[in-house]
Design a protein around this ligand. Structure first.
Ligand code: FPP
Length: 247
């Protein structure tokens, strides 16, 4: 990866965000409000995700990263975890042809070795098949934790230091950034969170250092192309400073 690629792509606030990241929250509450099982909320969340991937592509967003399953989500009831794993397997099998036909690169970020073997294999095949596609990159964070991602990067750098390939004083932010899970994806310009919570929940901790954050009370299953456009307009109305003074 080039060092420059991790910098924000543009400081022009009117530009389309190159990378939008989304914390898709509220599936459970959406279901409960309708007297449905939580898993029904996740299935509806998947339908929404599909719409949003293609809407983002149409809007010219080049990178989309969504939080599908966090490393903390294993603490949920076994039935919900199992249901999410089979949802993801069925969704990936059902969607990969259309994603590929649209030139969308699929990448799964997280510790994949801890996933069920069939799901891991499906993800690996999807990544291999679409690795060269350039129209848009769709990153799915699964068994993902922001701190774990940084730990994994630090381990890689430490191994290089131990073997003498890099000296400690040569280690820079770019050294660490280049060992993250998606080193060729620029940092998110815009982070969207649904269902009203104002936290990062261990998502993209390194990458969101300068991201603009936009929160809606809408539960993820009710999120829409219109709300995505509203978030982008909100982003475009802001002045990004990246730590500098802007007159
Ligand atoms: C958060 O809502 C949502 C999740 C933990 C799962 C997100 C998964 C999907 C939208 C399906 C995605 C499909 C693929 C292929 C990745 P929550 O359950 O925390 O809702 P709550 O806060 O209201 O309980």
């Amino acid at each position: 990866m080039s060092t420059a690629s991790r910098q924000p792509v543009t400081s022009d606030p009117k530009a389309m965000p190159a990378h939008v990241a989304i914390i898709m929250d509220g599936n459970g509450r959406w279901a409960r409000a309708r007297g449905l099982e939580r898993l029904e909320g996740h299935w509806q969340g998947y339908r929404t995700l599909k719409k949003i991937v293609y809407a983002a592509d149409e809007m010219g967003i080049r990178h989309l990263t969504v939080y599908g399953f966090s490393s903390e989500n294993w603490r949920r009831p076994e039935a919900e975890v199992g249901g999410l794993m089979s949802l993801m397997l069925r969704a990936m099998k059902a969607e990969i042809d259309e994603l590929a036909a649209n030139g969308i690169r699929v990448r799964v970020l997280g510790r994949l070795s801890q996933l069920p073997a069939d799901l891991r294999q499906e993800f690996e095949q999807a990544m291999e098949r679409t690795a060269d596609y350039q129209r848009m990159t769709f990153n799915l964070a699964i068994n993902y934790g922001g701190r774990s991602e940084i730990v994994d990067a630090v381990r890689a750098v430490a191994a290089e230091a131990a073997s003498g390939r890099i000296r400690p004083e040569e280690i820079t932010e770019e050294t660490v950034a280049s060992r993250l899970y998606a080193p060729d994806t620029p940092d998110p310009d815009l982070l969207i969170r649904t269902a009203g919570e104002m936290r990062l929940s261990n998502f993209l901790l390194w990458e969101t250092a300068y991201s603009e954050i936009w929160v809606t009370d809408t539960f993820w299953p009710d999120f829409s192309q219109e709300l995505l456009a509203e978030a982008v307009r909100g982003y475009q109305a802001r002045t990004r400073r990246f730590g500098a003074v802007v007159e």
